[in-house]
Design a protein around this ligand. Structure first.
Ligand SMILES: NC(=O)c1ccc[n+]([C@@H]2O[C@H](COP(=O)([O-])OP(=O)(O)OC[C@H]3O[C@@H](n4cnc5c(N)ncnc54)[C@H](O)[C@@H]3O)[C@@H](O)[C@H]2O)c1
Length: 290
């Protein structure tokens, strides 16, 4: 099996910076690339904070933290990031045209042996055209990657067994439980189940059956979900779910897959959840602990 030493993560947003940290903690020489300098600076600051907490909580030692940071490089240059990577994980914005552009660039810049994985929440890898379809795979981490112990590895009809095996091994070396899915479907397993739950929650809210806070309370108390569906939308970003639904609708043409009006409204207002201070809940108000 191919020896993986250098991993590159494209996109330093909510997902990318933590995936890169998992990679560095797993012992890989890691580069994180973003088009925005400020995204890289933000990523570095956040990771220093989280890793500092891990040391305080004795999850890792100071030496392990320093060794991991020594393996982690930040850059805006795609050439620098992809030129000698063995394995690349794309974690840029959830828009097919952006991902396609990145994959086209990576296909040119990255060495021939390099595996190209996408962390997309919904886009199946066969939609991303390259000249190395056997080395393209989905590697779907969950938010926040430093906490959530699961990765869905999804093969297309032409993803090779070796690519799948290497991706499973890389996930495990990053200390994540990996599950291999041999058949592609938009949204894979977790997000399809979650999508069904969120669609129903939004339907009940829009029909005026219950307020969103009450729906969250019922899910937490009666179903023992750790957080309610609206709280979860705020946590992962309402725009992220919106793009997922738009993408699915583009693929299926099924009106049931279209984003709900209340979700579209929040995205248009820029109320995207915790990251903007307001989504379903207002996080700028004192006393909001959810
Ligand atoms: N947020 C979640 O809950 C979650 C969970 C699992 C998977 N995902 C998937 O992970 C991916 C990233 O999501 P996110 O929540 O981190 O988004 P985000 O908006 O927080 O971050 C995206 C980052 O990509 C960068 N970017 C945009 N275009 C780029 C390009 N051409 N080259 C390099 N960088 C570029 C942006 O500057 C930004 O920093 C998406 O595909 C999403 O579906 C998200």
């Amino acid at each position: 099996m191919a020896q993986i030493e250098r991993i590159t993560v494209i996109g330093a947003g909510q997902m990318g910076h933590q995936i890169a940290m998992l990679s560095a903690l797993g012992g890989f020489t890691t580069t994180i690339q973003d088009v925005k300098e400020e995204a890289l600076a933000g990523a570095k600051a956040k990771l220093e904070g989280i890793m500092g907490d891990w040391v305080k909580k004795s999850k890792i030692t100071e030496e392990e933290k320093e060794a991991a940071f020594a393996r982690l490089q930040f850059t805006t240059s795609m050439e620098e990031a992809a030129g000698n990577a063995d394995f690349i994980i794309e974690a840029a914005v959830e828009k097919l045209e952006v991902k396609q552009q990145i994959f086209t660039q990576l296909d040119i810049i990255a060495p021939g042996h390099t595996i190209l994985a996408t962390n997309s929440s919904t886009i199946v890898n066969s939609l991303l055209e390259t000249n190395r379809a056997d080395k393209v795979v989905n590697m779907h981490f969950f938010f926040p990657p430093l906490v959530m112990d699961c990765v869905e590895v999804v093969m297309s009809d032409v993803t090779s067994e070796e690519t799948a095996e290497v991706t499973m091994k890389v996930s495990e070396t990053m200390n994540r439980t990996a599950v291999l899915l041999r058949k592609e479907i938009s949204g894979f397993v977790a997000n399809r189940i979650l999508g069904a739950l969120q669609r129903e929650a939004v339907y009940l809210y829009e029909e005026g059956i219950a307020d969103f806070k009450d729906i969250d309370t019922i899910c937490r108390k009666a179903l023992r979900h750790p957080i309610g569906p609206f709280e979860l939308m705020d946590l992962s970003g309402i725009d992220v779910g919106y793009y997922v639904m738009q993408q699915r609708y583009q693929e299926t043409g099924d009106p049931a897959d279209q984003p709900a009006a209340c979700i579209e409204e929040k995205v248009k207002e820029g109320n995207l959840g915790r990251k903007t201070g307001k989504g379903w809940y207002d996080y700028t108000k004192k006393g909001v602990t959810q």
